[in-house]
Design a protein around this ligand. Structure first.
Ligand SMILES: Cc1cc2nc3c(=O)[nH]c(=O)nc-3n(C[C@H](O)[C@H](O)[C@H](O)COP(=O)(O)OP(=O)(O)OC[C@H]3O[C@@H](n4cnc5c(N)ncnc54)[C@H](O)[C@@H]3O)c2cc1C
Length: 478
């Protein structure tokens, strides 16, 4: 038993939705494209699961957050896929892949063959068991990666209003879930091994602002230790968590956000892997010509940094998916993927955006006792990263532009004093270079590497930041 398609997208998450839309924009015939997904629903905006989905009132529910609403584009419902002749093979896990034969074998025993494969398998949540702690299958221990997880988190949350939650992990998932739990009137204690929250991105000074804010909402922090075991009642529910520092916390529920692992296993030994992901070139093409990889699972060259990275953020997922489709359908026109890393989060009434890389020396600016502040990261005399909380559209655009331009910085203290004025001035300074061609994909930029020559970079970054602003302000639910 088998079916054959020209294009197959393996994985039905964010990347799959954005790739499908791009296929239809660029022209794909009915019956040519198939999406295979383990999940039982059409692609949706995953970030909604830790935000609008967890609200106690009028929570976001499908079909409202199918891709591609997060980028203010069409909402692709199952009907849309049908109308566009795109085969959605849902609730179906692919259990093996043969890139030499160009086939995928599903758990239902079907062989699906392709001419071109896009791997968009994303990542899975790391389990406590992988760190030697057992018991995380208990019904009141929650992870959050997919819709099924989000549904059970909502059920558990509803069953323990007024109770105690322990959140394990101080990264994105931990921080966003902790805020949602508080909004649902649950007492929250966060436990993580690092010295401060969001340790991979935040400086201690930035982190302390958010921790203070969370504490003002009643959240308690226990840092520098990890979970060592659970206590259970006779029905198998967790009643308390034991920490390695010897303390015990009562728990009506536990949320675990300890990181993710890219879903590469089907391709290990068949494709080149790097930095935990499937290695791709600037066209998102893997070590096999007929196979592309996009989203969380792909390790791609970040031109701006001159090295490969694997990112776990929705903006790069959307853009890498679109770029891969451009490269597949118009290989001559599509240039190299040229991406300015962009991360954001929204918790309570707070909202921040980050562009670039948090490498080198850091300069903080703004009012850390107020509502607008930020930081610049400077490496080898150039701005490489910018963070801003509580900015306006113009300000977010400015930090994105200045970062994309890798503005020269001679005096760190002066840049700190100028704060946002530095980025606003840099991004308004006309550059003395001829216009540089921007390819039809609108994401592709052909430019010399040296950033001050990147006239078109301003256009690109402005559009990135424009979207960032829109996403931050208007789509508060996902
Ligand atoms: C709760 C939550 C909140 C988030 N919030 C933010 C945020 O605020 N900002 C931000 O920038 N990013 C956020 N992210 C990250 C963002 O959602 C991810 O970067 C994005 O979803 C990755 O897209 P993807 O398509 O690569 O993978 P995914 O969206 O994970 O999709 C992968 C799909 O592939 C399927 N799959 C995997 N293996 C197989 C197989 N063998 N057979 C069939 N199907 C398979 C999976 O079931 C899944 O449907 C959040 C993530 C989560 C989980």
């Amino acid at each position: 038993m088998g079916r054959a398609f020209v294009y197959v997208i393996l994985g039905g998450g964010v990347a799959a939705g954005y790739a499908a839309l791009e296929f239809t924009k660029r022209g794909v015939s009915h019956g040519e494209l198939c999406i295979i997904s383990e999940e039982p629903v059409a692609p949706y905006e995953r970030p909604a699961l830790s935000k609008g989905f967890l609200l106690p009132e009028s929570p976001a529910r499908l079909p409202s957050f199918h891709t591609c609403v997060g980028a203010n584009e069409e909402r692709l419902t199952p009907k849309w896929y049908k109308e566009h002749g795109i085969e959605l093979v849902l609730g179906t896990r692919v259990k093996s892949a043969d890139v030499r034969r160009k086939t995928l074998l599903t758990a239902t025993g079907e062989t699906i063959s392709y001419k071109i494969l896009i791997i968009a398998t994303g990542a899975r949540a790391l389990k406590l068991e992988e760190f030697g702690v057992s018991g995380s299958e208990a019904e009141n221990v929650c992870y959050l990666r997919d819709l099924a997880d989000a549904n059970s988190l909502v059920n558990v949350m509803q069953s323990c209003a007024g109770g105690n939650a322990v959140v394990i992990g101080g990264g994105y998932i931990g921080m966003e879930c902790a805020a949602s739990l508080v909004i649902n009137k649950i007492n929250v204690t966060m436990v993580f091994p690092e010295a401060h929250c969001m340790a991979r991105l935040f400086t201690p000074k930035i982190a302390s602002y958010y921790e203070d804010y969370y504490q003002s909402k009643g959240v308690k922090f226990i840092k520098g230790t990890v979970l060592s075991s659970f206590e259970f009642d006779s029905s198998g529910k967790v009643t308390a968590v034991n920490l390695r520092d010897g303390s015990q916390l009562p728990a009506d529920m536990v949320v675990v956000g300890i990181g993710i692992r890219p879903n590469t296993s089907l391709f290990e030994g068949q494709l080149t892997l790097e930095k935990g992901g499937i290695k791709v070139n600037g066209k998102l093409q893997t070590s096999n010509n007929s196979v592309y990889a996009v989203g969380d699972v792909a390790t791609f060259p970040v031109k701006l940094f001159g090295e490969t990275r694997r990112l776990e953020h929705v903006d790069s997922v959307r853009k890498s998916a679109k770029h891969a489709v451009a490269a597949i359908l118009e290989p001559e026109k599509a240039g190299e993927f040229d991406y300015l890393p962009f991360f954001y989060s929204r918790v309570f009434a707070l909202s921040w955006q980050f562009f670039g890389d948090n490498a080198g020396e850091v300069v903080h600016f703004g009012d850390y006792s107020g509502s607008t502040f930020g930081a610049y990261w400077i490496s080898k005399g150039h701005l490489v990263g910018s963070f801003l909380e509580g900015g306006t559209k113009e300000e977010y655009e400015a930090i994105a532009n200045a970062t994309r331009l890798q503005a020269a910085v001679e005096d760190l203290a002066e840049v700190g004093r100028q704060g946002l004025k530095f980025a606003l001035t840099v991004s308004k300074t006309p550059l003395p270079t001829p216009p540089i061609e921007v390819s039809s994909s609108s994401l592709v930029l052909e430019r010399p590497v040296y950033a001050w020559h990147a006239t078109a970079g301003v256009v690109l970054a402005a559009s990135v930041a424009g979207f960032a602003y829109w996403y931050g302000r208007r789509r508060r639910r996902w």
